[in-house]
Write a protein that binds this ligand. Structure first.
Ligand code: AMP
Ligand code: GLY
Length: 413
């Protein structure tokens, strides 16, 4: 199978790594890719928001499956353009991707599907925002309605800060605060059948002990030894299947990866958000544990034949990933610095997945984004996987870089 992956972050590197290990994959291409992806796939320049350009590239390469990774091309309708060219595509239509692209749309779908989530108001004017903030009280949760790459959400006890964020956005969702630990559960779906993957946990805050600003995610692990038994089945029945059914009934069937960000609150499981794509960095650990070859699963979702697949097989052990970010991330990341030690990580039993990297004029690898790379390892349990991942991280040298030292620490204990 000739596969083309669209995107160029750590998620796409993780996808390409798994696809490159799948014997069914005869050719692997990625556009635009990054310096690390170039080691496992043939990379091509492309404007990933341009559906016609992506479809033309896929046709030229004879792609038999296109996997659209990030949310921006999905929301821009890149999957629709590829599907219209007659090529199987893993990734929802632009309309269905509004589940991630608009928080207000997602709330409306959840209301229609009876999916438990935080009570919320959609606010446009200052008066509406003030009323919503005071209705819920602190801690305040204010979300930009549109795509904001994980930076559109402010959770704070400071009413002035909450109001200022609301006023800085055109349209916001203000909602009730959800207490309790967060879980990310991904499901692969063809619009009818829903196949949950294994749960993972992300670390959203920049600093140890969940201090500092919200980020795109600083690390992840799987499995979650503390999670209640039956969680996956419960979420399948109360969240994932009803959402997929609701979208199909609305005439906007969702196929691809449905990401449920959940809070396990004192009053039960609630959806914090949906994403229309694999999450980063959770994908690194979920795919690290997947034993079933990936390409056939993604193709079955694209083809509408997920109901014919054998159950997915998983590694019983654990996986941990630690994100190495640039100095100044997330506010003002510094870029353009050389990254050392990349070749030494595998000797520690871990591996590097590139996110914000680029190849310099002399073939050297340079930092080019906020989250630069992640180091992933597997092991018999979380403590073992963690040990190897951090040994790998210690090999990386990048001026001013930062990473959390407590990824999976509590769970491993
Ligand atoms: P989101 O982009 O909606 O996932 O929000 C980013 C992060 O903000 C989440 O992972 C949570 O840590 C936090 N958050 C979002 N909504 C809520 C909520 N209703 N209550 C508590 N924390 C929240
Ligand atoms: N890990 C959070 C996200 O991918 O949105």
């Amino acid at each position: 199978m000739k596969v083309l992956v669209i995107g160029g972050g750590a998620r796409e590197h993780a996808l390409c790594r798994s696809l490159s290990q799948d014997p069914a994959v005869t050719e692997l291409h990625c556009a635009p890719g990054n310096a690390g992806i170039a080691q496992v796939a043939t990379v091509h320049p492309v404007d990933q928001l341009d559906g016609a350009a992506v479809a033309a590239l896929a046709r030229r390469l004879g792609s038999e499956l296109v996997v659209v990774g990030p949310e921006a091309p999905l929301v821009a309708g890149v999957s629709d353009a590829v599907r219209a060219a007659g090529i199987p595509v893993f990734g929802p239509s632009g309309e269905a991707a509004q589940l991630e692209g608009s928080k207000a749309f997602a709330k409306d779908v959840m209301a229609g599907a009876g999916v438990p989530t935080a009570r919320s108001y959609v606010c446009v004017t200052e008066a509406e925002a003030v009323e919503a903030l005071d209705a819920f009280g602190a801690p305040y949760v204010v979300k930009d309605d549109g795509l904001a790459a994980g930076k559109g959400v402010v959770v704070t006890d400071d009413r002035a800060e909450a109001l200022a964020h609301a006023l800085s956005c055109d349209r916001v969702v203000i909602e009730e605060y959800l207490d309790g630990p967060e879980v990310s559960l991904f499901a692969i779906t063809d619009g009818v059948t829903v196949l949950p993957l294994v749960p993972a946990q992300d670390f959203k805050r920049a600093l140890d002990d969940d201090q500092g600003p919200n980020t795109g995610g600083m690390g992840a692990y799987s499995p979650l030894p503390w999670a209640p038994e039956g969680l996956v089945q419960e979420v399948l029945e109360t969240v994932l299947q009803p959402t997929v059914d609701e979208l199909r009934h609305r005439g906007t069937p969702f196929s691809g990866l449905l990401y449920a960000g959940l809070a396990l609150t004192s009053r039960g499981t609630r959806v914090i958000e949906f994403n229309a794509r694999f999450g980063d960095p959770e994908t690194q650990v979920v795919l690290a544990r997947l034993r079933t070859p990936l390409a056939g699963v993604l193709l079955a979702a694209a083809d509408g034949t997920l109901d014919t697949l054998e159950p997915l097989r998983w590694d019983e052990g654990a996986a941990v990933t630690v994100v190495v970010a640039s100095e100044g991330y997330p506010a003002a990341p510094r870029t353009g610095d050389p990254i050392g030690g990349l070749d030494e990580v595998e000797a520690e039993g871990a591996y590097v997945l590139h996110a914000g990297t680029a190849t310099g004029p002399d073939g050297e690898v340079l930092s080019s984004g906020g989250r630069v790379l992640s180091v992933t390892a597997t092991g018999a349990d979380l403590a073992a996987a963690r040990e190897l991942a951090y040994r790998g991280v210690a090999r990386i040298s990048l001026k001013g870089c930062q990473y959390r030292s407590d990824i999976a620490l509590r769970a491993a204990r």
